[in-house]
Design a protein around this ligand. Structure first.
Ligand SMILES: Nc1ncnc2c1ncn2[C@@H]1O[C@H](COP(=O)(O)OP(=O)(O)O)[C@@H](O)[C@H]1O
Ligand SMILES: [Mg+2]
Length: 367
């Protein structure tokens, strides 16, 4: 499979990740065709072609499949049926259906990570109050209850406190409240990890099986949303090497093509646990657009188009900061700062908690 210049990359999803993928594709002389249910999407603004349709619209998907050379996605909750319809129209997706299916369900994801010999937080499947109680007896408190599917930016999760004295409730009431808070949906209970640091590995696997990794950022979250990524992470070299090796095992086992973002907890003991992975380009890799010759977006397009992977080396240290909600109003001041790369996503409506843009501040390379 090789998509040559002037070929068309189909992208499912119209958000900012699709926008940055489309821009990277354009620089390589490739054309992005966006498929999204949303009018006025950030990606549509910069794309060669756009289809507005639902992920269940078989006729629109078939027409889209006929005019693109390959399909990828910027949104990991694309339904499995969408991928099946596209495959029936000679438009297989990369990454493939297995990676998508594993990443969409936190329970299957953790079982997969454990199956390749990597650690996760202790977990227990929760389908009702009885299994929540059983999970809490097994894992203990504090803990986090997360929906198995569709969570993002800290949504679809609630924390379970360490001690009853923290709560104006009995245990039983507290459990009922947590279960109601996540919408009484199939869930997973996770032990709370008292980590020393969160890092991520942004890595790519090409169609020939070659794997390349970017340097690891340290990720600071606030309220479940990524606040900033600091590059390089000031983590022990062994922990970063372990995380890279785990990401590489995941890519190989999933027979993956494209960029993956794997989130890790580094423990105080120095060990690493996988938190979750995204089968797509990742917010904690946005800095690669400004601090590397080949960004995660270009790397992803290269991989799915069957091109050689690019050099992920970093030429600068940097800090990437998300502009969330009305922080986007800071664009005027930010655009005056030296060595600061401003990225705005063109979203028409500013909402609290919505990612509206980001900035990368470049610094001299230290190591
Ligand atoms: N088991 C855990 N222990 C400690 N902190 C956690 C745990 N799970 C999640 N968190 C914190 O919440 C953030 C968001 O959770 P995550 O599972 O990555 O969901 P999302 O899909 O919303 O990114 C994590 O980056 C981390 O800071
Ligand atoms: Mg996460």
């Amino acid at each position: 499979m090789l998509v040559e210049p002037n070929g068309v990359i189909g992208i499912l999803g119209g958000g900012q990740l699709g926008r940055m993928l489309a821009l990277a594709a354009a620089r390589l002389g490739l054309r992005a065709h966006i498929y999204t249910p949303e009018e006025n999407s950030p990606a549509a603004d910069v794309a060669h072609a756009v289809t507005i349709g639902s992920y269940a619209d078989a006729a629109k998907l078939a027409a889209f499949g006929e005019v693109v050379n390959v399909v990828t996605y910027e949104f990991e909750n694309v339904p499995a049926e969408t991928v099946d319809i596209l495959a029936a129209h000679h438009a297989p997706t990369a990454p493939g259906a297995r990676a998508l299916g594993v990443a969409q369900d936190r329970l299957i994801e953790k079982e997969f990570v454990n199956s390749i010999g990597a650690g996760t937080a202790p977990f227990h499947p929760v389908d009702d109050l009885a299994s929540l109680e059983a999970g809490l007896r097994k894992i203990g408190r504090p803990a986090i209850l997360k929906t198995r599917r569709l969570g993002y930016d800290g949504k679809g999760q609630t924390s379970i406190a360490a001690a009853e004295t923290d709560l104006p409730h009995t245990w039983e009431e507290a459990n009922k409240k947590a279960w109601a808070e996540i919408g009484a949906r199939p869930s997973i209970l996770e032990g709370f990890i008292d980590f020393s640091m969160e890092i991520s590995i942004i890595a790519a696997r090409g169609r020939d099986g070659e794997i390349r990794c970017y340097d690891a950022p340290q990720n600071i979250h606030q309220g479940g949303i990524l606040r900033r990524s600091i590059v390089p992470a000031l983590a022990a070299a062994d922990a970063v090497a372990d995380a890279k090796a785990i990401a590489a095992r995941m890519l190989t086992d999933l027979d993956y093509v494209g960029v993956i973002g794997v989130e890790f907890f580094i423990l105080k003991s120095g060990g690493v646990l996988v938190n979750e992975f995204a089968p797509r380009v990742h917010n904690s890799g946005h800095w690669t657009a400004d601090a590397c010759a080949v960004s995660q977006f270009e790397q992803h397009i290269r991989a799915v188009a069957g091109w050689p992977l690019g050099d992920p080396a970093r030429h600068s240290d940097c800090v990437m900061e998300n502009l969330i909600g009305d922080e986007v109003e800071r664009w005027r001041d930010l655009s005056r700062e030296p060595q600061t790369c401003v990225h705005l996503y063109g979203k028409l409506e500013t909402l609290p908690g919505r990612k509206m843009g980001h900035v990368t501040r470049l610094m001299k390379k230290s190591s």
